[in-house]
Design a protein around this ligand. Structure first.
Ligand code: FAD
Length: 490
């Protein structure tokens, strides 16, 4: 039996470990932290529990798949339900919009709020679906860096329809042309942030993302987002994966251009195959500094990071949903701040996520656990303490105006996460949430492959490599990586 070492127990590391163990390998995971999950973790402050990172759960089929291949019944580990309301939107001029999960209800509500004809929105979503259907095989489900990918029928169809994929205009230009409504353009532009990019730079092919949300749905896992991590960790244990926590890998051992193990505490641990779930930048810089790094790939602009305030709120706000977005007035300036000036604008879009009322353990009765996030630039040594204080003040004033209250009076406890602490906690270079940004049309091709071209038996999974960041894509990276390994072993 071949043995595999996985460096990191992030969501992609867990999924890769499960897939390979089920395929007949013996897998050992080495994780620097005391627990699994990486960015998908939780924190407890006094009487409040918070999901620390992701809050939006889409494409549950990729989780279902892991249980299916393991032959374990998912209901014993993990359950989730579809949300009827995807998000509550608050615009700066106090316009509000409830985004329903059901397309008919969504279009009806948009007609009421913005006067847009349902047919216009349905046409937008149909175009979004066409882009997804034509590109999923090439950009999401296979290695972009293997010839075989280009020889399958779906890829050839995608290549033949390149002109319909809007690769040559930006998401903002596309949305303006198709929607011609300032509120909806802002709303549909926000999907660029799903991979940490700017709508004014990212190509319009990203307009496929609304289809994923609207068609496949958005979900709430029972027990919170942390139950994704916990259930996959338990599944990994049950299929026989072995874990080593509080164990930071310091080197990938390479002999004659073949990865043959890792080094932990100056001790070599031999392996037939090494998979790094660590961000690709520190994987090269710290774990194999003597190897020639792919500088063009590593020099890509980083995706955005975030500042998050975790607030225990001594009140229950009836007008809020589980996911709420308070838009800024001038979001072009907001994105220019993040990607050009490397700071956070005073007027900024604020995301407020709250646990479902079913999660009784997450907040005391009559209280709410608020996850309050703004997008922020990757860390280049800014004065974060100043930015955090200023941003906190701006958020409080923005939300207090919208909710017609003095929000600060209700904050019972607080913790803060910023690009520095995201990097310290997960080793993600500069605290970027999604590896590199997709701020140019070649971005997909400039993500690192899931394998090393120069070193045999070395593979990569996770948000900083192909196909990209976010839970669904990380789970797909695990699928692609595991398939490459099993194919190479045949
Ligand atoms: P990571 O989570 O980056 O974990 C890597 C692991 O490797 C860590 O546990 C780390 O400790 C370990 N490691 C690193 N180096 C070493 C070493 N040398 N030795 C041993 N272990 C090591 N995604 C969504 O889909 N929806 C959202 O709503 C969403 N919102 C987000 C909000 C925030 C605040 C954050 C931070 C992220 C968000 N994301 C969201 C992105 C999503 O969380 C990530 O894309 C995904 O979790 C990354 O998983 P990963 O497998 O790449 O590993």
């Amino acid at each position: 039996m071949k043995n595999v070492v996985v460096i990191g127990a992030g969501i992609a590391g867990l999924a890769t470990a499960i897939r390979l163990q089920c395929a007949g390998y013996q897998v050992q995971v080495y994780e620097a932290n005391a627990s699994p999950g990486g960015k998908l973790s939780e924190l407890q402050i006094g009487r409040y529990r918070f999901d620390a990172g992701p809050s939006l759960f889409t494409m549950p089929q990729y989780i279902e798949e892991l249980f299916a291949i393991s032959g374990k019944p998912i209901y014993e580990y993990f359950s989730y339900k579809r949300k009827e309301i995807v998000c509550e939107y608050f615009f700066d001029d106090l316009t509000r919009f409830t985004a329903f999960g059901n397309l008919e209800a969504y279009c009806k509500e948009a007609e009421k709020a913005f006067g847009i004809a349902p047919a216009t929105l349905k046409k937008y979503f149909a175009n979004s679906q066409m882009k997804f259907d034509r590109t999923r095989s090439l950009f999401l489900e296979n290695s972009l860096h293997k010839l075989t990918t280009y020889l399958n029928k779906e890829t050839l169809q995608a290549l033949a329809s390149l002109s319909s994929l809007s690769l040559f205009s930006t998401l903002h230009t596309f949305n303006t042309a198709k929607l011609n409504n300032q509120y909806l353009v802002q709303l549909f532009d926000r999907y660029a942030t799903y991979n940490g990019s700017s709508p004014f730079q990212t190509p319009a092919i990203m307009s496929m993302i609304p289809h994923l949300e609207q068609h496949f749905g958005t979900y709430v896992p029972k027990g919170g987002m942390i139950s994704i991590t916990n259930s996959l960790y338990q599944l990994a244990l049950d299929v026989g994966v072995q874990f080593n926590f509080n164990t930071k890998v310091s080197q990938i051992s390479i002999a004659n251009k073949v990865a043959d193990g890792i080094v932990v505490d100056e001790r070599k641990i031999p392996a037939d195959i090494v998979v790094s779930n660590m961000d690709i930048m520190p994987t090269y810089r710290y774990l194999m500094p003597s190897q020639k790094a792919p500088e063009k790939i590593l020099s890509q602009e980083r995706s955005s990071s975030a500042i998050i305030f975790y607030w225990g709120i001594r009140h229950s706000f009836e007008q809020l949903n589980l996911h709420n977005i308070f838009f800024s007035k001038d979001y072009q300036a907001e994105f220019a701040s993040i990607f050009s000036s490397q700071t956070v604008a005073d007027d900024i879009t604020v995301y407020v996520n709250i646990s479902s009322k079913d999660e009784l353990a997450d907040a005391p009765e009559g209280c709410e656990n608020w996850f309050v996030m703004v997008n922020a630039p990757a860390n280049v040594g800014q004065d974060w303490d100043e930015i955090i204080q200023r941003t906190r003040k701006n958020i409080l004033s923005k939300l207090s105006k919208q909710l017609q209250t003095n929000l600060e009076d209700f904050i019972e406890c607080e913790a803060i996460l910023d690009p520095r602490s995201i990097e310290a906690k997960t080793q993600s270079a500069q605290g970027a949430l999604y590896g590199s940004a997709s701020n140019n049309r070649y971005a997909a091709f400039l993500r690192h492959p899931n394998f090393s071209r120069k070193i045999k038996n070395l593979y990569f999974c996770g948000g900083s490599v192909h196909p990209g960041g976010g839970i669904p894509l990380c789970l797909l990276s695990a699928k692609i990586t595991a398939a490459l390994i099993t194919k190479a072993s045949v």
